[in-house]
Ligand binder design. Structure first.
Ligand SMILES: C[S@@+](CC[C@H](N)C(=O)[O-])C[C@H]1O[C@@H](n2cnc3c(N)ncnc32)[C@H](O)[C@@H]1O
Length: 232
């Protein structure tokens, strides 16, 4: 349902500032090869499981070599680099310039920067036309209203599939999330916004899409719902 208290600009500013600061350090180490605590290690492993599954789904689309893929909210570029290595032409966009710089540096190291176009931009504003769009662990930071705005843009950029993750609503997680607010600030995880199934379905249908596959990925402290949606 639409939440009148959602302010898109404020929300973006909060995310930009987090992912250019403390969030950059935190996530770059999870997505890199630093030694991690047991908890964070499960997040790294769960994320790898999610990317493997998403990569399989993308390959199953049978797109031709050189097909174009938008990686929306690319972070440090893990998935973009994998796509470029597999022969896709990639556009990698992130709201945080620090993330884009890191993605560019890693792609250069891996010898695939020539197959990736980088841009500091948002999932709500990015433009273009792609054979497929992927957006991983970005929409988990959006409440339903923000999700709908972002998904409307992402789905308009392809005649094919949008593969993304979101945080499904469930009472236990909702409770943990709520109680999380009582921990000291430095112990809190990035705010995860849960979306109810019916709100998710509504946004998908409103944009002329349908769900092809979905899979809950749960690994230690990593919990996400991976969705494969395509044009009706
Ligand atoms: C948890 S990381 C996931 C990174 C990457 N998709 C992955 O799975 O490896 C979330 C990323 O989303 C980016 N982000 C958050 N809100 C965004 C927005 N509105 N537009 C573009 N990027 C955004 C953050 O800067 C961060 O790099």
């Amino acid at each position: 349902m639409s939440s009148s208290s959602f302010n898109a600009e404020e929300h973006k500013n909060m995310l930009r500032s987090y992912f250019n600061g403390q969030g950059f350090q935190r996530w770059a180490s999870i997505y890199g090869d630093d030694k991690l605590s047991t908890v964070r290690n499960t997040v790294r492993q769960g994320h790898a499981v999610m990317m493997d599954r998403a990569f399989d789904w993308l390959q199953q689309l049978g797109l031709p070599k050189g097909a174009t893929v938008l990686d929306a909210g690319c972070g440090t570029g893990l998935f973009s680099i994998r796509l470029a290595k597999a022969g896709y032409k990639v556009k990698s966009v992130d709201i945080a310039s620090q993330m884009v710089e890191k993605a560019k540096a890693d792609a250069t190291k891996e010898g695939v920067a020539g197959n990736i176009e980088f841009e500091v931009n948002t999932i709500e504003s990015v433009k273009g036309s792609f054979d497929a769009v992927v957006c991983f662990d970005v929409l988990i930071h959006y409440p339903a209203e923000g999700f709908r705005q972002a998904f409307a843009n992402l789905s308009s950029l392809t005649k094919g599939s949008v593969i993304f993750t979101y945080a499904p609503y469930n009472n236990i997680l909702a409770f943990q999330h709520w109680i999380g607010g009582y921990f000291p600030k430095k112990e809190r995880r990035t705010t995860i916004q849960m979306i109810r199934d019916e709100e998710m379905q509504k946004a998908i249908v409103e944009n002329g899409m349908r769900v092809k596959n979905s899979e809950k990925i749960s690994f230690g402290f990593y919990h996400t719902m991976l969705m494969n949606t395509s044009r009706k």
